[in-house]
Design a protein around this ligand. Structure first.
Ligand code: MN
Length: 332
């Protein structure tokens, strides 16, 4: 098995002036970082986070190597955020995939950027989001459908840069020839539903450049509320590490950023799916979720009912006491 076609596309979307997403498409290493922070700080955070991935050629080393690289990325973002007031509070997600020489794929992941795998005709999300809504879904407090439109769906529970140490999720999957992997920022996964992602990848599996372009277009047609980035790679049959691609990593990166305007990119009002507004991305550690969330209405009502029941009980007890006192007084 070897790496087949690769592709990348990034776009600021329709609502944001800058692009705070950064990506790496440097086979056998692929990554996305989605920065956040005021002014241009998000851009600084995501750029710093992918630096360690671009500096050295990474050729294996698995989950351990990815965890080291992500820890290094975290140190750089955190160091800058704590010494440069203009970037204070910035952070970034990161999702990295490394295709190993033995055909396994190692993943390292922090935040709500995602990795998916199309195997056969079925698309599966392989990363778990570190987000408030994903946490609530895992706890059974929210349905996946409710999570998709929740106003706090941009609140993430882990990000690079906010602490000197970061808890990195790593895992390894078995690759099969024909698999297509997609790594993307929430500007894609938040705007385009799972079924649409799946059919776009199925329809364009023979040309990943077209697939990446179609994904960005779908996100823009749905409103393009956020920066959109998609990195794709395919696992192919055969020996060797990678199918020849005459483009260098630098060329792929340049092409990914070239803004392509044609009438298909024009926003049609009928395509514009109106999602409920969402708040800006912020980080709330999973341990503080209960404190950050307003109590659900049901619980508030129950708490109120309990108070009323207690008050009623006290009144009844006082009335009973008065009756007993009167009876006692009369009996004398
Ligand atoms: Mn984003």
């Amino acid at each position: 098995m070897k790496i087949g076609a690769v592709a990348a596309k990034t776009d600021p979307g329709r609502k944001r002036r800058g692009n705070e997403d950064a990506f790496v498409c440097r086979p056998p290493l692929f990554a996305i970082a989605d920065g956040m922070g005021g002014a241009q700080a998000g851009e600084v955070a995501s750029a710093l986070a992918v630096e360690p991935l671009n500096e050295t050629r990474v050729d294996g080393g698995g989950e351990r190597r990815l965890a080291e690289l992500i820890q290094e990325a975290n140190r750089r973002v955190h160091d800058r955020a704590s010494t440069d007031a203009a970037t204070s509070g910035m952070g970034t997600t990161i999702t990295v995939a490394l295709v190993e020489p033995d055909g396994h794929i190692a993943f390292g992941h922090v935040g709500d950027s995602r990795a998916y795998r199309l195997r056969g005709d079925v698309l599966e999300q392989v990363t778990n989001d570190h987000s408030l809504v994903a946490e609530l879904v895992r706890r059974g407090e929210l349905s996946p459908a409710e999570a998709e439109v929740h106003p706090q769906r941009s609140v993430i529970t882990r990000a690079l840069g906010t602490d000197p140490d970061i808890d990195v999720d790593t895992f390894t999957v078995d690759a099969q020839a024909g698999d297509i992997y997609l790594i993307c920022s929430d500007g894609l996964s938040d705007m385009v539903d799972h079924g649409t992602l799946e059919s776009i990848l199925r329809d364009n599996r023979s040309n990943l450049d077209d697939a990446a372009k179609a994904l960005v277009q779908a996100a823009n047609r749905a409103g393009g509320e956020d920066n959109i980035t998609a990195v794709l790679f395919e696992i192919a049959e055969g020996e060797g590490s990678q199918e020849p691609d005459e483009r260098t990593a630098e060329q792929i990166t340049m092409e990914a950023q070239s803004v392509h305007v044609d009438d298909e990119d024009t926003l049609h009002p009928e395509d514009n799916v109106q999602l409920p507004p969402r708040e800006d991305t912020m980080v709330v550690p999973a341990s503080e979720i209960a404190a950050a969330m307003p109590p659900p209405e049901g619980e508030e009502y129950e708490a109120g009912a309990a108070h009323k029941a207690l008050a009623l009980l006290v009144i009844l007890a006082l009335l009973a006491l008065i009756v007993v006192l009167i009876w006692w007084g009369l009996a004398r």
